[in-house]
Design a protein around this ligand. Structure first.
Ligand code: OSB
Ligand code: MG
Length: 372
């Protein structure tokens, strides 16, 4: 396969409700989409970087810049397999979400051409995946209980509560008291320090599945220290950038569970290696989410069908995020989403709809950028 051109597109999609985390409130997504045009056909990728570098150091304008100026120039004019992308981009440090977007688009093109689905490529062992939902920080505990009740009524199989100092033990207690033994976990998005270990151990009596990323991403050793105080299993999200960082974190006891986000680790192929490592080490994984559109969701749901994805993922239905998705919507059935079976991502991108929400497009080829 040869990469002939890449169409970059920025779209704005409002969220159905504001999503508040310890790092801010989000009311819409500003998404960078990548369409790879190859001699074997086209493929789509979605960049999960946020508008601001507040989840990680990546942000969408930066991802666009690095793709145009540093990543795509390394891919023109050669025979490529999706597996060649990461080695070719290895000289560029970091920028995993930007790298993941172009690898995803090439993998989609390659699998569409071969008539194979992402699920088949990953060795999916189930036709549908168990879905959880990530619940943002709410204005009050009463509102939280109402929102969680609504998601449980829809059939979600696991609730994740976003927490931060001042919004942790009480919301967890309220949800436990109201909804009993529903599978429940929390995500701090780096809002605590090791000095908070004793406080976080107050969550232990609630039988949570896990506590996700309590401390800053570089504090991997501190997570191992915290695990000596907090009995709830620690799960890492932001700290895991590569296969190697996953191996190191597991080796020192910094986490017992890993949240796999293909964008965060530089693509689906690195995510698959992390899945396989964790399977070998007896570490369960689950599919994280970055409020993806149907494009990213299609790939995530397919990967979540791999055998060691034994916990429900942040793979919620399209209507949890958007009034209208950019593909056919993913619909929750019995608390699950079906793994697409068509070639590549197995979804059709609604380009007419895209045109109505596009804020910028640019086409790149060997000769450079043509803004559209
Ligand atoms: O930490 O998992 C996270 C969304 C944006 C950035 C970081 C995170 C999240 C979520 C949402 O929790 C998960 C989803 O896509 O449903
Ligand atoms: Mg997280």
């Amino acid at each position: 396969m040869r990469l002939e051109a890449v169409e970059l597109r920025r779209i704005k999609l409002p969220l159905v409700a504001p999503f508040e985390t310890s790092f801010g409130v989000q009311t819409e997504r500003d998404v960078l989409l990548v369409k790879a045009i190859t001699d074997a056909g086209e493929g789509w990728g979605e960049c999960v970087a946020g508008e601001e570098p507040t989840y990680s150091s990546e942000y969408v304008d930066g991802a666009q810049h690095v793709l145009i100026h540093h990543l795509l120039p390394r891919l023109w004019g050669r025979e490529l397999d999706a597996a060649d992308v990461a080695p070719l981009l290895h000289p560029v440090h970091g920028h995993n979400m930007a790298k993941a977007a172009i690898e995803m688009a090439l993998l989609d093109a390659q699998l569409r051409a071969a008539g194979r689905s992402f699920g088949e490529f990953f060795g999916a062992v189930r036709e549908a995946v168990d879905c959880g939902v990530s619940v943002g920080i709410q204005p009050s505990v009463a509102e939280l209980v109402r929102v969680v009740g609504g998601y449980l009524d829809q059939g979600y199989r696991r609730i994740k509560l976003k927490i931060k100092p001042g919004w942790d033990v009480e919301p967890v207690r309220a949800v436990r008291e109201k909804f009993g033994e529903v599978p429940l976990q929390v995500d701090a998005n780096t809002a605590y320090t090791l000095a908070d270990a004793q406080h976080l151990s107050e969550l232990d009596p609630f039988g949570l599945l896990l506590i996700e990323q309590p401390m800053r991403e570089e504090l991997v050793f501190a997570h191992a220290e915290m695990a000596k105080v907090v009995r709830t299993p620690i799960c890492l999200d932001e700290s895991i950038h590569t296969y190697q960082s996953a191996a190191d974190a597991i080796a020192i006891g910094a986490c017992r569970i890993i949240n796999v986000k293909p964008g965060r680790v530089g693509g689906y192929l690195e995510a698959r290696r992390i899945h396989d490592l964790c399977a070998a080490k007896g570490v369960p994984v689950w599919m994280g989410g970055m409020l993806e559109t149907g494009i990213g969701r299609a790939g995530n749901v397919a990967m979540a069908a791999m055998p060691n994805f034994t916990l429900p993922g942040d793979t919620s239905a399209s209507d949890r995020y958007y009034h209208r998705d950019v593909t056919e919507p993913f619909v929750l059935r019995d608390g699950r989403l079906r793994v697409p079976t068509g070639p590549g991502l197995g979804v059709t991108v609604d380009e007419e709809f895209l045109d109505t929400i596009t804020t910028w497009t640019g086409t790149l080829g060997r000769a450079g950028l043509r803004a559209g």
